[in-house]
Design a protein around this ligand. Structure first.
Ligand code: ZN
Length: 80
């Protein structure tokens, strides 16, 4: 089965979900969490994701069973 969506981060470190059916990107965290495309009104199958996160982007995106967990870690906030 071909992937129908992709999760990643753009050049500004914003996490997105991109629907590969209609090519629409969403930056809404709920859309990412639920793998939802508001354009197609479809929930994507969790098992066919393409997850692209650039190294050192600060993002960890994990697939845990049927859930996608996207967390941002900013190292600069850690230095007090
Ligand atoms: Zn779509």
């Amino acid at each position: 089965m071909d992937p129908t969506y992709e999760i990643g981060t753009d050049e500004n470190d914003n996490a997105y979900i991109k629907c590969l059916i209609c090519e629409r990107k969403s930056y809404h965290s709920k859309d990412i969490e639920h793998r939802y495309c508001g354009n197609c009104h479809r929930f994507h199958d969790p098992h066919v994701a393409v997850i692209q996160v650039p190294e050192n982007s600060g993002w960890t995106i994990e697939q845990q069973g049927d859930d996608i967990k996207a967390e941002y870690y900013n190292p600069e906030e850690d230095q007090s």
